[in-house]
Design a protein around this ligand. Structure first.
Ligand SMILES: [Mg+2]
Length: 244
């Protein structure tokens, strides 16, 4: 993130907001750290190695699942795969080169100087969020970390999904090719951004008033939902941070 400076800005912020809500990945550290493509590769490896999905199908499948379900994990569950969530997370995040993340004392000082509650809201698991925050030197800057396990029961990855009759996997690419053909998209049991339900849960759990909260995220669709839910928003991007 890039930051403005000055006491004036701080005072203005604390009058307008009583909570700052932050995404983690590619928001608290720059996209240029290179973690994002590593995560994507690990997800694809998980799909081929652990779920037996054909290598030549994986990339297209990932795109469709991300598009319709927010995360690949949520999508895989929706279309009928069963797997241990902790196993998925440790496979995908366990091999990441966290040492590419460096402490960010400027962000740390900025966060600590603001007399406003700070809360993390990420789709990632707790272990990953903790590791990232530790590497950035921000581990004690947030009042709460709301993550995958906050919104989902991590023991339910092998449960049957609602309405799931057969062991057959739903063909999301066929759906994607003709989304109006009358086939209905199966629902995912996973609660995550960018869906409103996830934001509603987070507002309840952390007692957040969206009208008094500034939300930072790099994902446009998360920002769009956030705005619809009444949050003030900052889209964090590589070039500059945009107040939307
Ligand atoms: Mg992000």
């Amino acid at each position: 993130m890039e930051y403005g400076d000055g006491d004036q800005q701080h005072n203005g912020l604390s009058q307008k907001y009583d909570c700052l809500l932050f995404d983690v990945d590619d928001t608290l550290y720059p996209l240029s750290s290179g973690l994002a493509p590593k995560v994507a590769n690990n997800i694809q490896d998980y799909m081929t190695e652990k779920l037996g999905i054909m290598e030549n199908k994986v990339q297209e499948l990932c795109l469709s699942l991300y598009k319709y379900y927010g995360t690949t994990l949520a999508g895989l569950r929706a279309i009928g795969y069963k797997f241990d969530y902790n196993d998925f997370h440790s496979f995908v995040h366990g091999r990441l080169p966290y040492d590419t993340l460096k402490p960010d004392p400027v962000l740390r000082n900025l966060l600590q100087s603001l007399p406003i509650r700070k809360v993390v809201f990420t789709n990632a698991d707790k272990a990953h969020a903790d590791k990232v925050l530790n590497r950035l030197g921000l581990e004690d800057c947030f009042e709460q970390i709301l993550c995958f396990e906050t919104l989902n029961d991590s023991t339910k990855g092998n449960d049957a999904v609602e309405d799931e009759e057969a062991a057959e996997v739903f063909d999301i690419n066929e759906y994607s090719a003709a989304p109006n053909a009358g086939i209905s998209l199966p629902k995912s049991p996973v609660v995550c951004k960018p869906f409103e339900e996830a934001f509603e849960e987070v507002f309840k759990i952390a007692s957040i008033n969206p009208n008094r909260t500034l939300f930072f995220d790099d994902s446009l669709r998360n920002i769009q939902t956030g705005k619809r839910m009444g949050l003030h928003t900052v889209r964090v991007s590589n070039d500059r941070n945009v107040l939307l």
